[in-house]
Write a protein that binds this ligand. Sequence first.
Ligand code: IVH
Length: 689
Amino acid sequence: MKDIKDLTVDEAKAELAYLAQEIAKSDNAYYQNDDPYLSDAEYDVLKHRNIAIETRFPELVRPDSPSQRVGSVVKSAFSKVTHRFPMLSLGDVFSFDEVADFVMSVKRYLNTSEEIAFMSEPKIDGLSFSARYEKGIFVQAATRGDGIIGEDITENLKTLKQLPLKLPADVPDILEVRGEVYMSKADFLALNERCEAENKKPFANPRNAAAGSLRQLDSRITASRNLSLFAYTWGEVSQRQWDSQADFFNHLKAWGFPINPNNTLCNTFAELEKSFKKLMEIRASLPYDIDGVVYKVNSIALQERLGFLTRTPRWAIAHKFPAEQALTTIKNIRIQVGRTGALTPVADLEPINVGGVLVSHATLHNEDEIKRKDFRIGDTVIVQRAGDVIPQLVGVIPEKRPVDSKEFIFPTTCPICGAHAIREEDEAVRRCTGGLSCPAQAKERLAHFVSRDAFDIVGLGDKIIEDFFAEGILHNPADIFTLQERNGGDDLFSSVQGLHLENREGWGKKSVDNLFKSINARRTVSLPRFIYALGIRQVGIATARLIAKHYTKFEPFMLDMQNKQTAGIISIDGIGAAMATDMVEFFQEPHNLEIVNRLLQYVKVEEFIDDAQTDTPLSGKTVVFTGTLQQMTRNEAKAKALSMGAKVAGSVSAKTDFVIMGTDAGSKAKTAQELGITILSEEEFLQML
Ligand code: IVH
C-alpha cells in the first residue's frame, strides 16, 4: 500500500471510493447477514486508512464515508421535516374475528370473492423513520412526528451501521425507504445496566431506549447506543420498480437494507392465522420486541385501488398481541418517595423474564391498590409488560400463598425523612409533609422556592440546584441565604473551607456576583411571595395573596397554623377546609418549622398592604381562568386580577362573575356557557385592566 503522504489527489479519491465500498460490504456482512468475512483487525486497518486519507484530503470526504457514522456535535434543536408523503399509522385489531372482518371489507371494497394475498410482517416495537436517497446517496432522515411533519434525524440515523449510505446505481433517483429503528433486548439490558452503574434513570423498555437514543441532539450518543433497523415500506419514489410488497422486499434486500426474516407471504386466510400463531410462539425468543403482526395486501395495484382512510391505509392492519405475562413472587414491598412527596409502594420481585426482558420491580401504585388486589410479601403474582408501560402486577394466585405471607402495613411516616405522611380523605396518595426538609423533595422545593412568582432568584437553574444539592452545598431554601458567607475566604484558624463558586466549571466571578446580587435583592420579600415560596400543598400564588390579605403579617398566620386555629383562614372566601388542613400539617412538622425560622432570620418579610383597587370593573367580582393564555402566564393573570380587587376561584359556579378563556379551554368554558356567565377573551380581560 502506498504511503498516504505520497498519494495524489486522484489516487486518494479512488482509494476513498474503494474503502467506502469495502467497509460498507463488510458492515453488511456483519450486521445484516451475521456472517463477517473480515477479522476485526483487518476491518480496523481499512477504517484507519480511510480516516488517515481523509485527514490529509478533507475536501475529499464522501457522503457515504464510514467516518460519517461516528456522530457529531450537539445541536440545539431538531429541525422539522415535512414528509412529502405522510407517514401513516395502522388500524389495530385484537382477534382473528376482527382480522376476518378486515379481509372481508377488503374483498367487498374490491368487489371480489377470490382469496387475496397478504404479506404478514412482525410489528416491530420501535419507532419509525423515513430515509431519503437522491441518486442513490443518503441525504436525509426524519422521524414520523405527527405523520405530516417529523424531525430531522439525518446525523443520528447515519450512525446506524445497518443503514446503507450509498445504494446501487439502478435505484430510482428519488427513493424514500421507511422502517423501524429498534434496540435489541440484549442492548437494552446492557444500556440499563450502564445507566444504573452511573446512577442514571434506566429506560422503561427497549422502545423508550431506542427513542431516547435516536432523539439525541448529540449524534455521538446515538452512535454509542447500538440501534438496529428493519425496512418495510417506502415514501416518495420517482419510479417504482416493484409491483408487490414481496417484490419490494427483494429490492430492499438487494440494496442492502435489513428486512425481517419472518416476513411471510400468505395466500389464504389460514396462512395468515398460521403466521400469527408462529410469531406469537417465537415472540419471546426473538432478540427484539414485537407487539403484533402487520398484514398488508401484497399487490400494489390492489393497494392503490383500496387507498386510504384519514390516517390509515385500507389495505393494511395491525393484529396486536396480548400483553406478555409471567409468574413470579414478591420478595419485598418498599416505599419510594417522589419529588412531590408522594409515597409510592414498589414490589421487589424475584427477577423474571417477561417476553425477553428481565423484570425485577413493579409499581403497586398506592395503598388501596395493595388492599384491593391483596398483594402480600411472599405472594406469587402475575406480572405483565404491556407495550410502553412499566411492568404491572395483574393479580395474585391465592392458591400459591405461603402460610407465612406477610401483609404490608403502609407507613404513616416518610421513610426518607421521618416526617408525617398523610392522606387526604378523597385522595389515593399518601404524602410526606416534610416538604422543606425531605431530601426526596428537596430539589423540587428549592426550584419552587427560587421560581419567578416565589423568590425569583436568577442564576439558580434546575441543573445548578441539582449539582448543589448533590454536593451538599444546598439542602434547603434557608441555605441559599448563607451561600455568600460560605463562599468567602478560607478560615485560616479552622478547617472551614470557602466554597469558591467562582472556580466551578462554567462559572466566574461575574456570574457569582450576579447570583449574590439576585439573592440579596430578596432579603426583603413581600408576604405573598414568602408564603407561596414555602411550597405548602394547594397554596398557589392566589391563595398566598388571600392569606396575606387576611393576616397582613407572617407571624400570626404561622402561629394560628401551629395551634391548629383554622377558623380564621377558613373564613376567607376561596379557602376551604382541605387547604387549611394542608397548611396546618405543614406547620406541624418540626423540620419545616426549623427551616422557616431560619429563613425568618435571613429575610425580612414585608407587611402586606392591600394595593388592590376597589374601584375597578373587577373589584368584588369572582373570576375563573381557563385554557392557555398567550400574553401572560396564568399566575401573572391571577395576580393582576387580584390587584384589581377581584377574587380568583378555581372552578365555575353560579357565584362566578367572569370566566376568562384562553385557548384550548376545557369543561369550565362549557359550564360557564350553561350557567350563562360572561366569558371574556384574553384581549377583553387585558382591556379591562
Ligand atoms: S407499515 C401505511 N410495517 O407500526 C403503513 N409498520 O401502527 C405504515 N410498524 O407507525 C406502516 N412494524 O412504526 C408497518 N412491518 C411494519 C411495522 C410497522 C412496526 C410500526 C410503525 C407504524 C406503526 C403503525
